[in-house]
Design a protein around this ligand. Structure first.
Ligand code: BGP
Length: 461
């Protein structure tokens, strides 16, 4: 019997999480990262004043969690290594307790036939390295490369899928443009330098990996299609600039090994090109990724600016476009993000047509909902909205596969409710709910539904 939406037999079904959001930073020995520091200095910036100390206690409960993954048919799972746990301070001595912990997690996953996908950096700069400027400082590139090489040596025998960064543009936007990550700087010039150095660091690590290891290495990007309000040339120009700044600034160098000419021209015209050292561009050119992870939550809709920017306000990407609220758009009102399932297909077609159909997978997609206890029935959260959300996206992904897009898997954000940066526990995303008082995990309805999908590699409408 074939299903309405049948996926390949070797499709990757699973979910993703990150160290800071799950491990509990007060658990075990760990250096400080920017989240520990920011929470200590400005707890009021976090929803309900909840910080990263405990989160979902994965550090102590990973065995139960991995059993739960197995129970819902995961064949793959992405985690991140906390740099400041593995090497407190970011450089220097390796923390043997952290080595034991990550070894145990990796071995437990493998023992349960779940392939570990490991990401090296998920927004969590070690504090000491941020103190010397973070990605503004090229010393941090070397420190990161060293950390990555250590991780490859320690875990590369068993981990065969690695990622340099998760959504590298987010620390740029949050930390240097829009004030939602530490160090809360607003400076477009610095933002560009930080973004650029991140890519240099990425290329160095890809190079180191290929020289020494035999698996695949990639990057995880939040690709956000930029839809223009209309076909008016001014709207088209606004969307083109957004695409350059927010998608192609990382996608092109990672996959094609070079920056888009239009981006270089745009930044040049505004005297905002980054400082480039000799050899950088050759390094980026020579070290492309093997595999691309795509995080997709929402589209970006833009229009030409209604008003000229205030010349006394800081120069920002938003000088080139206004956000456009399309009438009738479907919203996730809790997170304030538009839901547009077809976006996932548009991304895939773009990769097929313009990026050599690079091997890819959906590394995050998901729906954060507030106060999910409202949907409790007989002890279980009946999250039909989440099932509909996943289904809607999988249908478009299926169409992309039928049209020969090279997409290999789907990971939900996230496995269990976890701590979400400034939003802390406001929006819940998991297949499993987590009671943050008792840490008890309970499968939601979507977990049982997904288990069936993973088992059959598909579903009926
Ligand atoms: C992505 C991040 C995740 C996760 C998710 C949900 O951008 O990679 O770490 O947090 O978004 O977003 P939020 O937690 O802000 O609701």
């Amino acid at each position: 019997m074939t299903l309405d939406f049948q996926f390949p037999k070797d499709f990757w079904w699973g979910s993703a999480a990150s160290a800071t959001q799950t491990e509990g930073s007060a658990n075990g020995k760990k250096g400080k990262d920017i989240w520990d520091h920011w929470y200590k200095t400005e707890p009021n910036r976090f929803f309900d004043g909840v910080g990263p100390d405990l989160t979902s206690d994965f550090f102590n409960r990973y065995q139960e969690d991995i059993r739960n993954m197995k129970a819902i048919g995961h064949n793959s799972f992405r985690l991140s290594i906390s740099w400041s746990r593995l090497i407190p301070g970011g450089v220097g001595e390796v923390n043997s307790e952290a080595v034991t912990f990550y070894n145990q997690v990796i071995d437990e996953l493998l023992a349960n036939d779940i392939e570990p996908f490991v990401n090296l950096f998920h927004f969590d700069m070690p504090l000491e390295l941020q103190t010397i400027g973070g990605w503004e400082n090229r010393e941090v590139i070397d420190a990161y490369t060293n950390y990555a090489k250590i991780a490859f040596k320690l875990f590369g025998d068993r981990v065969k899928k690695w990622f340099t960064f998760n959504e590298p543009i987010v620390p740029v936007e949050g930390g240097y443009l829009y004030d939602f990550h530490y160090p809360n700087i607003i400076n477009f010039r610095k933002a560009i330098q930080v973004a650029y150095h991140t890519m240099v660091a990425h290329a160095k690590v890809v190079k180191a990996y290929h020289e020494d290891q035999d698996g695949k290495i990639g990057i995880i990007l939040n690709l956000t299609p930029s839809y223009p309000r209309s076909q008016h040339p001014a709207d088209l120009k606004a969307s083109h600039i957004c695409d350059l700044l927010f998608n192609r600034s990382f996608l092109d160098p990672a996959v094609k090994g070079e920056y888009p000419e239009d981006l270089i021209k745009l930044l040049g015209e505004h005297d905002h090109l980054p400082i480039i050292e000799s050899g950088d561009l050759e390094l980026i050119k020579a070290n492309k990724i093997d595999l691309l992870g795509i995080n997709y939550y929402q589209p970006r809709r833009v229009k030409a600016k209604d008003n000229l920017p205030n010349p006394n306000s800081p120069f920002m990407p938003d000088w080139f476009f206004d956000n456009y609220e399309m009438p009738g758009r479907k919203m996730n009102p809790y997170r304030g993000w538009e839901i547009y399932e077809k976006g996932i297909y548009d991304i895939m077609i773009n990769l097929k047509e313009n990026y050599d159909n690079i091997e890819s997978f959906i590394s995050e997609n998901g729906m954060g909902v507030q106060d999910e206890e409202r949907f409790l029935k007989n002890g279980r959260i009946e999250d039909d909205y989440r099932i509909d959300f996943i289904k809607g996206h999988l249908k478009w992904l299926h169409k992309a596969i039928e049209e020969n897009c090279n997409v290999r898997g789907y990971h939900l954000w996230t496995f269990m409710d976890n701590w979400s940066w400034m939003n802390a526990y406001k929006n819940r995303y998991g297949f499993y709910s987590v009671n943050i008082e008792t840490q008890e995990r309970t499968a939601k309805k979507s977990a049982s539904w997904f288990a069936e999908v993973a088992k059959q590699h598909g579903f009926n409408d």
